[in-house]
Design a protein. Structure first.
Length: 166
């Protein structure tokens, strides 16, 4: 079995064990590493969005619209739910995307009171190109783990996320 060198989380836990031997700091090993992995992954993902003129949040909105299928539209509340942000934050994202010509805010078909956000042709081109590069980047990042580790990690994370989502 491969020996794994200590990392910064090990050092932090060691310091806490020294300072607070009365506390079990073992969850830091898991939570601390996941937090650091998430931050590192974000740092690897965001430059792809930036190359396409998008923030992380704007990428999420465009991707959510694109995944909806033709006619690539959703109500603002649906977008907020799918991207897990407040409606206020969603309004700001939509405003920026409208200004950039990537989405339109319009009345829903058959109901003038219902508002929808839809991809423009330019928005579809941008998200298609950005998503293609994003997936290549995710493949690169996932390949840093072996196939066996990836296969073992995904179901564990799925179960944990399901438990956290309640």
């Amino acid at each position: 079995m491969e020996e794994i060198a200590n990392d910064r989380v090990d050092e932090i836990q060691s310091e806490w064990r020294r300072e607070r031997p009365d506390l079990d700091v073992s969850p830091q090993g898991l939570i601390g590493r996941l937090h650091r992995v998430a931050a590192a992954l974000t740092g690897e993902l965001v430059p792809v969005y930036t190359r396409h003129g998008l923030s992380e949040g704007e990428f999420d909105v465009l991707a959510t619209l694109r995944r909806a299928g033709a006619p690539y539209e959703r109500a603002p509340g649906e977008l907020a739910a799918h991207t897990m942000v407040t409606t206020g934050a969603m309004t700001k994202r939509i405003d920026r995307l409208v200004e950039a010509g990537l989405v339109l805010r319009e009345s829903g078909a058959g109901d003038g009171r219902r508002r929808v956000v839809s991809l423009t042709e330019r928005g579809r081109d941008v998200i298609d190109a950005a998503f293609e590069e994003h997936m290549a980047n995710e493949h690169r990042l996932a390949a840093l783990l072996g196939a066996e580790d990836r296969a073992a990690l995904e179901p564990v994370l799925r179960r944990w996320l399901r438990a956290l989502d309640g």
